[in-house]
Design a protein. Structure first.
Length: 269
């Protein structure tokens, strides 16, 4: 198996708790309709691209998550401007709008997403950077492309685990993408994403793992009651603070450990 093609042992049957009931169907249907309406608004505005203020993009991304019935809590320091590599653990499709709510950025995604109906073309038009994970020879060119964007002052979001995990377990950060930050001389912003119930108990309901379908995951999230997405924006790792990508990857993931220190200063409510 390619080092760029990691996999997680998490599956919907083994890891993901069921949500909702027959009485939750009307609520879930309304939430899905609301999600589609918010996404459709974004599609209409997509041709305007970079002319849309960042704050509008952040609010739109938060609206997608909240339309699905998920309350959002973002804590920690605001992401800096300029070239920035944002790295996060990966659990759900919800992670993408949540990170865009921290700072609008170019997303890295597996090339298979390009083939998804509706979502694939939208992702391509939205500037997603598609990675051919099974072609190790393409990795240096991918790293160089990311480094170029970072030098130009763009923010790029990566999920270095390379696969989604259920949230109760997590994978190791792969090192390759951190080389782009080193080459470009830009800071790295670790972000940790948790999903919990309103009472504080961890929830795997939002997990999008294994052979799960996007529709099944959407319905499970919309059917759930009291889901909370907690996004911890950790302190940035300054350029030059770690001499190689191995140390940088370890430092970034060390700040995201579930038992690590928790941010307490709210940025968005």
């Amino acid at each position: 198996m390619s080092v760029w093609l990691p996999s997680a042992p998490c599956t919907p049957r083994a890891c993901v708790e069921p949500t909702g009931s027959a009485t939750a169907v009307p609520r879930a249907a309304l939430r899905l309709a609301a999600v589609l309406a918010v996404v459709a608004t974004g599609v209409v505005l997509l041709p305007f691209g970079g002319r849309i203020p960042a704050e509008v993009v952040r609010r739109w991304c938060r609206a997608i998550v909240r339309a699905a019935g998920v309350h959002v809590r973002i804590t920690g320091a605001a992401a800096p401007t300029g070239g920035l590599l944002i790295v996060a653990n990966h659990i759900s499709w919800l992670d993408i709008p949540l990170l865009a709510a921290v700072r609008p950025a170019r997303m890295l995604a597996k090339s298979e997403i390009r083939q998804w109906p509706v979502a694939g073309p939208l992702a391509a038009r939205g500037g997603v950077l598609f990675i051919e994970r099974d072609r190790l020879r393409a990795l240096p060119d991918t790293v160089a492309r990311i480094a170029g964007l970072l030098r130009d002052g763009a923010a790029v979001v990566a999920f270095p685990e390379g696969s989604t995990w259920c949230g109760r377990a997590q994978g190791h950060f792969r090192r390759a993408v951190f080389q782009a930050a080193l080459d470009a001389g830009v800071p790295v912003q670790p972000v940790h994403i948790h999903y919990r119930l309103a009472g504080g108990m961890a929830s795997t309901a939002p997990a999008f793992v294994g052979n799960d379908s996007l529709l099944a995951s959407l319905w499970r999230v919309a059917s759930a009651r009291g889901l909370v997405a907690e996004v911890e924006v950790r302190p940035t790792l300054a350029p030059g603070s770690h001499p190689d990508r191995r140390g940088l990857a370890r430092a970034a993931q060390g700040g995201l450990h579930p038992q690590g220190a928790r941010a307490s200063v709210p940025v968005h409510r």
